[in-house]
Each structure stands twice: as C-alpha cells, then as structure tokens.
Ligand binder design. Sequence first.
Ligand SMILES: [Zn+2]
Length: 256
Amino acid sequence: MKFKYYLVFALLLLAHVIAGVVYSGYAWWWILVTILVLLAVLVQGCRNIQWNFFLKSVNRVPLSLQQLRAGTKPVALTFDDGPHENTLKVLDILKAEGVRATFFVIGKEIAGKEPILQRIKDEGHLLGNHTYAHNAAFYWQSAQLMAEDITKCNELIHAATGVSPDIFRPPFGVTNPNLAKALAKLGLQSVGWTLRSMDTIAKDPEALLNKILNSVRSNNIILLHDRCDITVAMLPELIARLREKGLSFGFPVVME
Ligand SMILES: [Zn+2]
C-alpha cells in the first residue's frame, strides 16, 4: 500500500476505534493495539525498500523488449559503500571476467580516491550515489538537508569523473517521506535490490557464495559491498557459477 493511502486508512481506522471506545464500550487497550499495529506497519515500510511504501525503487533488473526476445537472463551486481582500496581488487576481477557492475559510492569516502572513481567509469561500470554522510542521522533531516547531502555526493563524483549519477541507493535500504521528496526534487531514481547477500556480516566465503547461488533468479539485483574482503574472495567463483546458471550481467536501470 502506498504511504498516502496508508495515512488515510490509518486515520479512518483510528477515528473508528476512538469512536468505538467513546460511544460503544470498546476496551481502551483496543486503541493501543491499533496504534501499535499501525506503527509496526510504518516501521516495516521504512525498512523494506521492496515495499515501495514511501517511494518507488527499482528492485529488479528491467528488461528491454530486445532482451526479452533474445531470452537474456540478466542479474545486476551492485557494490555499495566504496570507494575503498578493495574496490581496485573488485575492478581487477570484473575486468578479467568481462563483467560490468554498478557502484554506489559514499561521498565522504571519495577524497584521495578519485582515481578509483575514474577507473570505475573508464571500465564501463555504472556509478550511483549512496549519500555523502551514510549514517543513521541522514534520515532524521528535512528533505532540504537530505537533498543537500545527496547533491554534495554527486558533485564530488562529478568532479572526479565528469559524470553526475542519476541513480541513488538509500543507505541500509531505509526510505521515508522526506527522502521521497528529496529524490523527486533532484530527479534521482532510487535503486533497491532483490537479493541482499549480507556480506557485511558473513564469515565464511563458501557459505556466502551458496546463500547467493541458492536464491538467485533471473533479473535479480544483488547487493554486495566492495569494502568486504569476503566479497572480493568469493567474487570470481560467484561470477563463474552465475554464468553456469545461464545468467548474464546487466545494470539495474535501462541503459541507452
Ligand atoms: Zn551502504
């Protein structure tokens, strides 16, 4: 359910429950339960980018008509939280394998690592914005301040590469009404994921690899982190095994 419809529904439901308590003897705790359920839905709407609750995100690889006719089965490898020294290792692997991917970079990580961004661009990968600050406080700001943070990241990417990304990945996959306003104002497309690898907390490369391979399907957007050693370690094998499944590699947005 879209956030605006939810709001109308929530207000009507609350009005009904309050009227029930006042006029026909519903128990008072019924209001409390109703409010808690409504809050729980709201929190889940913030946490689950796939719900498209506050804003519409791309959560699957879009297929062009030609690709559909050709029977292409793409997945998109997406790497968050760079640039990082490990990004260079990821780029080496992608180059050796002839795979293109998408990198959502953090503005405050860019200083001194501009050549990494340049390499990402030169080697045919896609750059996306992952905020300047990348912290929880980002979400407690006005739409205006959020837009300024995102713009600052885009300006740094532009200064390093000459490109201004038009795709954005919300840190932690969290969305809220102010982020929706900020992205609409800036004309940026939010990109989520289909498959969250949880590589940031994974301990065993083999287990991580199997987890991804067991659930991956055509058109999945796979969330990885180039800063994680474990991700670098299993990446060549991941690419080989995805190819064995007949999957190819694309971007989370249609490229011209
Ligand atoms: Zn992140």
